[in-house]
Each structure stands twice: as C-alpha cells, then as structure tokens.
Design a protein around this ligand. Structure first.
Ligand code: NAI
Length: 334
C-alpha cells in the first residue's frame, strides 16, 4: 500500500485531480490518498495558501500529486507553487514532451525531456533598485546546484534508456555564470561515456526546436531557460492540456503536477482537459515501480486520443472532463 499526498489546489485543480484519482483507482494499485486543501480559499481561512500540515505530509510520504494553485497578481501573496518547491528543496523539474497519437501538431517524432534546474538562477528573487531608474536582478549560479542538476540529467538518461544529453547555455555571453554551469555539465558528462553529450547555445536551441525537434533527447538547463524552453516544448506536442511534469528533491521527494495553471476562465465548468494530470499520475505509478499500471494508463489515454471522439474543447472536441475520464478508464479495460 502506498500513501500519497493529494493536493487538489484551486481553479480547475480539483476537477483534474479527481479525474487522475479515478484513473489511478481503476488500475487497482493500492494507494491511500492523504488529501489537503490548498490555494485561495485556504488562504482566506488560515492566512496561508499552504498550511504546514501539507509540507509535513509530503515530507512523510515523499510522493505528492498536485493540482495547480492560483497566484493572484499584485496582492503581496507570493506563489505557493514556488514556496512548495523551495521548502521541499525540489531542485529538478522534469518535463517530458512527446507526440501523442491522434493529436495533430506541426511536428512529428518529438520525444524529449527538459530537465530544468529549479532552485536558483534569476529566480532567487534578489532584486534591488541601484538608483532610481536602474534596477539590478541577481543571477545566482552555484557549482553545487549545477553539478547536482547535471548528475540528475545523466542519471535520468541512463535510467530511461536515453542516448543523449544536451546542455543548453549562453556561456558565450555570461562567461562566468553559464560558464560555471557548462563546466559542471562537462565534468559530470565524463562519468557517463555511454551517453552522448553536446552543448548548445539557448537561442540556437530554440531555433532547432522548431526546425528539427526530433534531434533532441534529454536537455538540461538553468531555471530561466528551462522555464521558457519547456513551455515551447509543450507547444510542440499539443499544448498545456497534455503536458505532465515532476518536481524532484535531493532526498527523493517527488511532487507531480501538470504544467498548466488553474485556468480560472474555465474553472468549475467540467471543461478542463484532465490528460496532463492523468499523465502525471502515470509518471507517478512508474516511479512507484507500478510499471504495468502506468502503461495501462498511458494506453488508455493514447486510445482515447487516437480515436478522437471524446475530447475536451482545447483539443477541438466538446466532451466534458468527466466524459474524457470515463472514456480513458473504459479504454484501459479493453
Ligand atoms: P493557465 O495554464 O491556467 O491557463 C492558460 C490557458 O490555457 C487558459 O486559457 C486555460 O483555460 C487553458 N488551460 C490550461 N489548462 C487547461 C486544461 N487542463 N484544459 C483546458 N484548457 C486549459 O495559465 P494562466 O492563466 O497564466 O494562470 C492561471 C493561474 O494559474 C495563475 O494564478 C497562475 O499563477 C497559476 N499557475 C499555477 C501553476 C501551478 O500551480 N503549478 C502553474 C502555472 C500557473
């Protein structure tokens, strides 16, 4: 029996999380869910969007499935998603982007994984006004975090039978910071002679992603490049409703969440595409060692997508979240 922390979040979060729970339950893998509310309503009630009990539960269970949480703009209430990553030391964000059967996109043959350093870079929040009209934002790159993410990327490549790691950088301009990141990637690459290693400047990477995305395999990069490039990659394979991700910590804690946000424009209407979160659940099952259950979930998703009859609005259909979930569960049983 596994115990997993469940954070439905807000906006469309509860709808897509419920869908993922139903799909996981259909695999009959024994999971006990520890469910915690988080987000705007919790903030109004308790003064924090993420009470301590949520952190304690994730620390204890080491696995969490999470829906999106809204970050209101201009309220002084900082992102609970960033807080979660910081407090649990979730340093690696893993975002696979793979063509899905039946989802027509501009590109074919995309099967890549972006590994984004999640703890430093320009996201350290160190900004100040030097003099009125001049601000400074500090980009922090450390040897420790760069070695850690590089090792994570190579280990991921080996574990998942991947052939190549591309380190993405701008060391031609940021010679010290990106230079250090690259030097760390090179050092780690020497320990993995079986994995091809290459380096690519970030602007060239973007150009090649939209001309020859099939050339990429595992990509490792700093936080800001990872933020931008991974959304670009989501776009290559059909968009936000289909893209899962995992946030991984040094001590093996993993929080699985879709790339998309809380989509307030469609929240509470049973319109959200649950597939991204269902694919997060498949990643979770695989990491828990439940490989055949993970495969059944993916197969259910692939069947429903390739049949093309039951789709949410974002994929050109008119089905509800519940109808897509029902169809996936039925397709898993075939
Ligand atoms: P968003 O991803 O919520 O929505 C962007 C567009 O994509 C909207 O039109 C939305 O309807 C659509 N969309 C997103 N997910 C969908 C799904 N599963 N099915 C169908 N359509 C979908 O991004 P936005 O609007 O920038 O952010 C809304 C809120 O979510 C903000 O408060 C933001 O801070 C938060 N957010 C939270 C994240 C997290 O919890 N990890 C990640 C990204 C944003």
């Amino acid at each position: 029996m596994f115990t997993v922390t469940l954070i439905p979040g807000d906006g469309i979060g509860p709808e897509v999380v419920e869908a993922a729970v139903r799909v996981v339950e259909a695999t009959r893998v024994p999971i006990r869910w520890e469910r915690f509310e988080a987000g705007t309503e919790v903030m109004n009630k308790y003064g924090t969007p993420l009470p301590d009990e949520v952190f304690n539960s994730v620390l204890k269970n080491r696995v969490a499935l999470k829906g999106p949480i809204t970050t209101p703009i201009g309220t002084g209430y900082s992102s609970p998603n960033v807080a979660l990553r910081k407090r649990l030391n979730l340093f690696a964000n893993v975002r696979p982007a793979k063509n899905l059967p039946g989802v027509k996109t501009r590109y074919e043959g995309v099967d890549l994984v972006v590994i984004r350093e999640n703890s430093e870079d320009l996201y350290s929040g160190l900004e100040h006004i030097v003099v009125p009209g001049v601000v400074e934002s500090l980009k922090i790159i450390t040897e420790r975090a760069s070695l850690r993410i590089a090792r994570f990327a190579f280990e991921y490549a080996v574990k998942h039978g991947r052939k190549k790691v591309t380190a993405v950088h701008k060391a031609n301009i940021m010679k010290l910071s990106d230079g250090l990141f690259l030097e760390c990637c090179r050092r780690v690459a020497r320990d993995y002679p079986q994995v091809e290693y290459e380096e690519l400047i970030v602007d060239n990477t973007c150009m090649q992603l939209v001309t020859r995305p099939e050339r990429f395999d595992v990509m490792v990069m700093e936080n800001l490049y990872g933020d931008i490039v991974s959304d670009l990659c989501a776009g290559l394979v059909g968009g936000l409703g289909l893209t899962p991700s995992a946030n991984v910590g040094e001590d093996g804690i993993v929080v699985y969440e879709a790339v998309h946000g809380s989509a307030p424009d469609i929240a509470g209407q049973n319109l959200a595409n649950p597939i991204a979160l269902i694919l997060c659940a498949a990643m979770m099952l695989e990491d828990l060692g439940e490989t055949s259950a993970a495969e059944r979930v993916r197969l259910g998703v692939y069947r429903v997508l390739s049949e093309g009859k039951v789709r949410t609005r974002d994929l050109g259909g008119s089905a509800t979240t519940t109808e897509v979930t029902d169809a996936i569960i039925a397709a898993m049983e075939v």
